[in-house]
Design a binder for this molecule. Structure first.
Ligand SMILES: [Cu+2]
Length: 154
C-alpha cells in the first residue's frame, strides 16, 4: 500500500515537471524585448510627437537604451516629464542621455513619464500609420521595431 502511494507521488511530480517545461514561453530566455511600441496620432501642423513602449529585460545583465533613429522625425531624443515650479509639468532629456533597463526588470515609456521625443515630425501621424524605428541598446545592440499610430495606450 505504502509502495503504491510513493509511485503515485513520483508520477505526479513527473507530470508537474513535464507541465512546467511545456508551459515555458517559446522565446529564448535571456533576451531584451521591446513591446507595444506606439505613438499618438497628431496632425502635420503639430511639429513634435512622442513614442512610447515597454522595455522588458529578461537577460541577466543591465541594459540601457542609448539612442533612437527614425525617418519619422528630424531628431529623436530620450525625454522624461518632471514637475516644474507651480505644479507645471515640463520635459527634459533623461539624465545621462540614456534609459537604464536593469536585469530582470521592465521599464515603461508612457504618457506623463519617459518617452521618445520626436522633434520635427516628417509626416502627419495618422491613425493606422506605422513607422520603423531603430533602437540602440548598450548590450542588445540595434533593434528594429515598428511604432503604430493610435489615439491612446492599449
Ligand atoms: Cu519630450
Amino acid at each position: 500500500m505504502k509502495h503504491g502511494k510513493n509511485l503515485t507521488l513520483i508520477l505526479s511530480l513527473a507530470f508537474i515537471l513535464l507541465a512546467a517545461c511545456t508551459a515555458s514561453p517559446p522565446e529564448a530566455p535571456g533576451k531584451l524585448e521591446v513591446q507595444n511600441v506606439w505613438g499618438r496620432n497628431s496632425p502635420a501642423a503639430a511639429q513634435n510627437g512622442a513614442f512610447y513602449m515597454k522595455l522588458v529585460n529578461n537577460s541577466a545583465e543591465d541594459d540601457a537604451l542609448l539612442e533612437v533613429r527614425t525617418d519619422a522625425c528630424a531628431a529623436a531624443e530620450l525625454h522624461e516629464m518632471y514637475m516644474k515650479e507651480n505644479d507645471v509639468m515640463g520635459m527634459r532629456p533623461v539624465d545621462g542621455g540614456q534609459i537604464t533597463v536593469p536585469a530582470g526588470e521592465t521599464v515603461e515609456l508612457k504618457a506623463g513619464g519617459m518617452h521618445v521625443m520626436c522633434l520635427g515630425k516628417t509626416a502627419a501621424f495618422a491613425l493606422g500609420d506605422s513607422y520603423p524605428i531603430t533602437l540602440v541598446f548598450a548590450n542588445a545592440g540595434e533593434m528594429q521595431v515598428t511604432a503604430d499610430i493610435r489615439d491612446s495606450a492599449q
